[in-house]
Design a binder for this molecule. Structure first.
Ligand code: NAD
Length: 280
């Protein structure tokens, strides 16, 4: 169902959107319902020892998500984009423009959250992987998307997907927490620099969503805490004022809102979508 009529025909690129049940899939489908033309991008294959097959959006999954959007009456295509590679990110922008004629919305969603270790045990190459995808990848996305939007001259929307770890510290997540805190600064600076070009840059900070990389984290932390999965999840529900962890659709709704004209005067915001779990 379309709520924001002005989104019809807008061209949206989403990074790291090739995993079934990930937040990228949900945002893609929500924006497609609003009439956006969607470019699903993801790395497409397991790239290194730090990216196991199970944590990566494959080309087959990307195609599956495209097919589902098209079957539901939407418009979508996909292209491989490793956000660590300058030429891939620039290439994804060019692909969107060649395919659909312009770029209106860019969502930096690709993230690595499965490397969770105490600092004393963390290898620097693991640190680099997390910081690289989560922060360098977001920088590249902002840079190339904004270059295109500035050239077009009619503004645009950039959304960065942060985390509760953008605001609070989590043991065993030094690299992840650092990258997402860094994203706050990047979001605010980009909002300052790009505001004069009518480009809104905002960040969505979800708490735990039980799919995607959140599912992996829940398994991991329930073991580390010694609570077991059921007790860990019950404790999570108990501490969240709205009584449940996040769902893919919660993030997708916030994303559609931030892309809409209803959010025209919101920029540089790092917005919690956390059921009241996070306040600052
Ligand atoms: N699920 C949660 O609980 C949760 C909570 C807060 C924030 N987030 C954030 O949401 C975003 C999406 O995560 P998700 O939970 O949907 O998990 P996900 O694993 O489904 O999505 C992450 C995606 O990033 C992709 N990726 C990894 N390295 C890449 C690279 N080099 N180039 C391009 N893509 C790459 C993966 O292939 C994967 O598709 C992430 O930024 C994550 O930090 C998730």
């Amino acid at each position: 169902m379309s709520i924001y009529k002005e989104l019809k025909g807008k061209v949206a690129v989403i990074t790291g959107a090739g995993r079934k049940a990930g937040l990228g899939e949900a945002m893609a489908k929500r924006l497609a319902q609003e009439g956006c033309k969607i470019v699903i991008t993801d790395i497409g294959y397991a790239d290194s020892k730090h990216a196991p097959d199970t944590a990566v959006g494959t080309s087959a999954e990307m195609q599956q998500i495209v097919d589902e959007i098209v079957a539901a009456g939407g418009e979508a295509t996909s292209v491989v984009c490793n956000v660590l590679k300058d030429e891939d990110v620039a290439g994804a922008v060019s692909f969107a423009v060649e395919t659909y004629g312009k770029l209106d919305i860019w969502i930096n969603n690709a993230g690595v959250g499965f490397l969770m270790k105490p600092i004393l045990e963390m290898d620097v190459s693991e640190w680099d992987t997390v910081l690289g995808v989560n922060l360098r990848g977001t920088f590249l996305g902002i840079k190339y998307a904004a270059q295109q939007m500035v050239k077009q001259g009619h503004g645009g929307k950039i959304i960065n997907i942060g985390s509760q770890a953008s605001k609070s510290a989590f043991a065993h997540a030094s690299a992840y927490t650092t990258s997402k805190h860094g994203m706050n600064g990047l979001t605010r600076v980009a909002a300052q620099e790009l505001g004069p070009n009518k480009i809104n840059v905002n960040e969505i900070c979800p708490n735990h969503v039980t799919t995607g990389l959140g599912a992996w984290q829940n398994e991991h932390f329930s073991q580390v805490s010694g609570k077991g999965y059921d007790k860990y999840m019950q404790d999570m529900r108990d501490r969240i004022p709205l009584g449940r962890p996040g769902e893919q659709e919660d993030i997708a709704k916030a994303c559609a809102f931030l892309c809409s004209d209803q959010a025209i005067y919101i920029t540089g915001e790092c917005m919690n979508v956390s059921g009241g779990e996070e306040y600052h």
